[in-house]
Design a protein around this ligand. Structure first.
Ligand SMILES: Cc1cc2nc3c(=O)[nH]c(=O)nc-3n(C[C@H](O)[C@H](O)[C@H](O)COP(=O)(O)O)c2cc1C
Length: 339
C-alpha cells in the first residue's frame, strides 16, 4: 500500500481523483502484454492498469475485463483502437461491464464514438500529439488527455516528451487532467512533469519486466540487455513508401524489414508491382510480429517494441516494487528541495 507524503500528494491529487487511485501513475496499454495479470498487478499496487484490447473481439474483451475483476477490486481502464471495425460493440462491452475509464487510441475518435462513451457514463481519455488537436479533443468531450513523446515504445510521433510537455501542459492542464508518457523511468522525472502541470504520468516499458507480466522470458531478457540506443524507430528506406514509425529494439527483423523494403521498391521501379500493392507488402511485414516476440519468444524475427527508457530496466521485479521505487524516488526528490 502506497501512502503519499504531504509533499507529493497535492501534486498527484487531481490525477488520483480522476483515476480513483492512490497514485497518479498509469500503466499504458501494451498489446499482448497488458492483459489481466499485469493490469491487475498495477492496479493492486495503487497505480492504474489499462487493458490493451488490440484486435480482440467483443467476447474476448468481456472475458478479459471479467478475468481482471477476479484479480483486482481496484479501478482499471480499457484501451480501444479507434480503427477497430467493431469499436461500437467494444465500447458497449466496456459500458455493460462498468469500466470507468475508456482510452481511445490510434487516431482521432469520431464524434459518435465519443458520444457513446460519454452517454454510457465512462470517462474518456484520448491521446494528442499537438496542442491544437488536444484542445479539439477536449471540446469534443475528452475528460483527460495523454501526451506521449517519441521516446516511448510502440507507435510514436515525431516530437519528444519534453517538448510536447512544454507546448501542451501550460495551456491544456488548466482545462482537463493531462498525463505525460514516453521515456519515464524514475520518480524525479515524474515530479518534474507534475510540477509543470501534469496530473500524472503513463509508463509502459518499465512494466514489461514485472514478475506478473506474462511476456515470454526471451522478451524480458531482451529488455534487460538493451541500452537506450538499441530502441529505435522502424527505418524507412524511401519516402514514396512511408513506414509508420514504431520504436523497438533492433533485431534480425529490423534488418529483414530493410531487405523487404529494398526488394519491394525495386519491384515497383521495375513495374512489377503497383504502388498500392507495394505499400501493402511493406505494411504487412510486421503483422503479428509483436505477438511472435511477446508470446512465442521469437526475439529475432518478432517485434521488440520498447521505449528508450528500456536502458534503465535491469531486472525482473514485482510490479509493486517498481511502483514503490518510483514513489520513493519522487518523494526523495521533493525532500531534497526542502533541505
Ligand atoms: C510493447 C509495447 C506495446 C504497446 N502497445 C500499445 C497499444 O497497443 N496501444 C497503445 O495505445 N499504446 C501502446 N504502447 C504505448 C504504451 O501504452 C505507453 O504509452 C508507452 O509505453 C509509454 O512510453 P514508455 O514506453 O517510454 O514508458 C505500447 C508500448 C510498448 C512498449
Amino acid at each position: 500500500m502506497v501512502t503519499l507524503s504531504s509533499r507529493l500528494r497535492p501534486l498527484m491529487q487531481r490525477g488520483c481523483d480522476f483515476l480513483g487511485t492512490k497514485t497518479a501513475i498509469m500503466g499504458g496499454a501494451m498489446s499482448w502484454i497488458s492483459e489481466r495479470n499485469l493490469v491487475a498487478a498495477i492496479s493492486n499496487a495503487d497505480g492504474f492498469g489499462v487493458l490493451a484490447c488490440g484486435s480482440m473481439s467483443p467476447d474476448l474483451l468481456r472475458a478479459e475485463i471479467q478475468g481482471t475483476r477476479t484479480l483486482t477490486r481496484m479501478p482499471f481502464g480499457v484501451n480501444l483502437i479507434t480503427m477497430h471495425p467493431q469499436l461500437d460493440e467494444l465500447i458497449d462491452v466496456c459500458l455493460e461491464e462498468k469500466v470507468g475509464h475508456i482510452v481511445l487510441a490510434g487516431g482521432v475518435p469520431s464524434a459518435p464514438a465519443v458520444k457513446r462513451v460519454k452517454d454510457g457514463g465512462a470517462k474518456l481519455i484520448c491521446f494528442t500529439p499537438a496542442l491544437a488537436l488536444g484542445k479539439r479533443l477536449v471540446r469534443m468531450g475528452a475528460d483527460a488527455i495523454v501526451i506521449e513523446g517519441m521516446e516511448a515504445g510502440g507507435h510514436i510521433g515525431p516530437v519528444s516528451t519534453s517538448v510536447l510537455s512544454q507546448e501542451i501542459l501550460p495551456t491544456l492542464s488548466s482545462e482537463v487532467p493531462v498525463f505525460v508518457a514516453g521515456g519515464i523511468g524514475r520518480g524525479e522525472t515524474i515530479v518534474s512533469y507534475l510540477e509543470m502541470g501534469a496530473s500524472g504520468v503513463q509508463l509502459g516499458t518499465l512494466f514489461v519486466c514485472a514478475n506478473e507480466c506474462i511476456a515470454h522470458e526471451n522478451f524480458k531478457k531482451s529488455f534487460i540487455r538493451a541500452a537506450a540506443r538499441d530502441a529505435v524507430p522502424t527505418p524507412q528506406l524511401d519516402p514514396r513508401f512511408p513506414v509508420i514509425p514504431v520504436r523497438a529494439i533492433v533485431n534480425e527483423g529490423t534488418k529483414l524489414f530493410l531487405d523487404k523494403q529494398r526488394e519491394v521498391i525495386s519491384k515497383f521501379d521495375a513495374g512489377e508491382l503497383t504502388k498500392e500493392a507495394a505499400q501493402l507488402e511493406i505494411e504487412h511485414f510486421w503483422a503479428g510480429a509483436l505477438r511472435r516476440a511477446v508470446i512465442d519468444g521469437d526475439t529475432e524475427n518478432g517485434s521488440l517494441m520498447a521505449g528508450q527508457i528500456v536502458g534503465v530496466v535491469k531486472d525482473e521485479q514485482p510490479t509493486a516494487a517498481i511502483l514503490a521505487e518510483l514513489i520513493r524516488q519522487a518523494e526523495q526528490a521533493l525532500l531534497h528541495r526542502e533541505l
